[in-house]
Ligand binder design. Structure first.
Ligand SMILES: C[S@@+](CC[C@H](N)C(=O)[O-])C[C@H]1O[C@@H](n2cnc3c(N)ncnc32)[C@H](O)[C@@H]1O
Length: 237
């Protein structure tokens, strides 16, 4: 995409009331003013808050919001030109329960208060093969989510990456967290037509076109606990 087009999109989402921007400078070692106030000041209701992390164009955020008007949905990504798609669509449809947050997920502690989040979706994150600390389903990030989410909040991970899927299963095992749902090939399973699980993101469509199986994991986050990385060979089996 041309730089001009990107700048146009940045300027446009800057005017959207349902997009909060928390770039590095505003959340580096300090809290964003919206922290602890998402229900009161942003959604203006008491409904549960569901995050889609690494939302890209925000397909899950917008589609879930259509399916579940009784919940609030917030797409989170650091790329404004991608979230522009979902943000513009939500605006066009006047969806009252959708927001977008442009920030780095590493700074979520400065944007959400403990217990402010009710559920998390992680959709096709970069697998980060050489950097477990940067994996959005790794111990560092899951421990961060556990600080912000209510105890027992569900986490949903959809990925095409076999490595990330098996790594996350091993991490759950190492932390004694049972998987509530574990599907190794979604579209060849009984869940293939499920209205929630069959929402397809931009990246998901690309991986499906390449014939890759899509995997899905759902588990409950232990409240406030610091999770550990899987270490032994058995953990990765
Ligand atoms: C492979 S794309 C997937 C996008 C979308 N979920 C999809 O399936 O089409 C990964 C996304 O994660 C975002 N991302 C990666 N690390 C991030 C971080 N630390 N903070 C915020 N966004 C991040 C990238 O900007 C990118 O949009």
């Amino acid at each position: 995409m041309s730089r001009k087009k990107k700048l146009e999109r940045f300027a446009q989402i800057d005017t959207y009331a349902h997009v909060v921007q928390a770039p590095f400078g505003t959340v580096w070692e300090k809290d964003h003013p919206i922290k602890g106030r998402w229900r009161e000041d942003f959604f203006r209701n008491d409904k549960p808050i569901v995050l889609e992390l690494a939302c890209g164009k925000g397909e899950y955020t917008v589609s879930m919001a259509r399916l579940m008007p009784e919940r609030n949905f917030l797409g989170v990504d650091r790329k404004g030109n991608r979230m522009w798609h979902g943000a513009t669509q939500a605006l066009g449809e006047a969806l009252p329960n959708v927001g977008f947050l442009r920030t780095d997920i590493a700074f979520l502690d400065h944007v959400f208060a403990p217990g402010e989040v009710d559920e998390i979706w992680i959709t096709f994150p970069d697998p980060q093969p050489n950097k477990p600390r940067k994996r959005l389903s790794g111990a560092v990030f899951l421990s961060r989510y556990a600080r912000l989410a209510k105890p027992g909040a569900p986490v949903n991970l959809k990925t095409d990456s076999q490595e990330l899927y098996h790594y996350t299963r091993a991490l759950l095992q190492a932390n004694h967290i049972p998987a509530e749902r574990d599907i190794d090939d979604l579209y060849h399973s009984e869940w293939a037509d499920d209205s929630l699980l069959s929402i397809r993101t931009f990246y998901e469509k690309m991986w499906l076109a390449e014939g890759k199986p899509i995997t899905y994991l759902r588990f409950a986050l232990p409240g406030g606990a610091a999770l550990v990385e899987p270490t032994t060979a058995a953990d990765h089996a």
